[in-house]
Design a protein around this ligand. Sequence first.
Ligand code: GRF
Length: 316
Amino acid sequence: MAKARVAVLISGTGTNMAALLYAAKAAECPYEIVLVASNNPDAAGLKLAEAEGIATFAHPHKGLSREAHDGIMHDALVAAKTEFVALAGYMRILTPEFVSQWEGRMLNIHPSLLPKYKGLHTHERAIEAGDSHGGCSVHLVTAELDDGPILQQTPVAILPGDTADSLAARVLIAEHQLYSRVLAQWVARENTPEYWLNRVREHALAQAEADEVASHGMPCFGIIGGKKFAYFSHDHHGDGRTALLVKISGAEEQAMLIEQDEARYFRPAYFGDGWVGIRLDLGDNDWDHIGQWIAKSWRAVASKKLVKLLDIADEF
Ligand code: GRF
């Protein structure tokens, strides 16, 4: 299965970036680092990445609006065919536009047990508050600073006599372990049947008057009280495949699709010529395209009246 393409954004030393990069050297790691980018051309981490043969990109933010600089970084990410972004000591407040372009695909590591101590001087604040533990959190990035859903945390005990520096050094060890593990789990989750079913469900239930039932032991989507337009088939009769079954026009279209891409399309057993199976387990799902298949399938079974109503609504 292809590895997920991760870009890391740094501003400084880049030890977390290094930890992500070294973890990615393991054959079983589900991600690869395709770019290390920075707002600081002198960031030490850039040299390290270069020496490791990773593409780098730097563009100073000085003199640029936040929007303009984020736009430049975004373009560099897209040019590297980035799928996920890992912020690792990237000392920039991000624009909501940039964040929304990477929604659910951008992670950050923060040196505290969030929601405690957002922002800077986290270790100092934990010691001053008399906390028993500091720690680190990996979270999804949202427009609000250090505020997105927490994915995982590691608590780190505060020792008597700890200073902000001594605690920071220990938390950093925990960060290096935590970040690569959480990133690996996050990118791999898109390659599970649970994830594929949720995405299919999302698209199917977005159709008008759609509901979900179980049919032939499969999650199945249809028009309420009417015909079915999508099945989620997972290892059905032990066929070892996970696929979406949708309506098509007939035998001709079925044969054409299979000829076009026989690894992806197949004739679903017991469904006849009016359906085609689309494999979801090939590791390269294009969810917009799959969404279009589901919408087309819905149209094939929806009543003329319902389709017409929707077409009229679409015009407005
Ligand atoms: C880390 O403490 C990280 O949690 C925070 O910034 C620091 C970056 O350190 N977001 P490094 O550049 O990865 O060494």
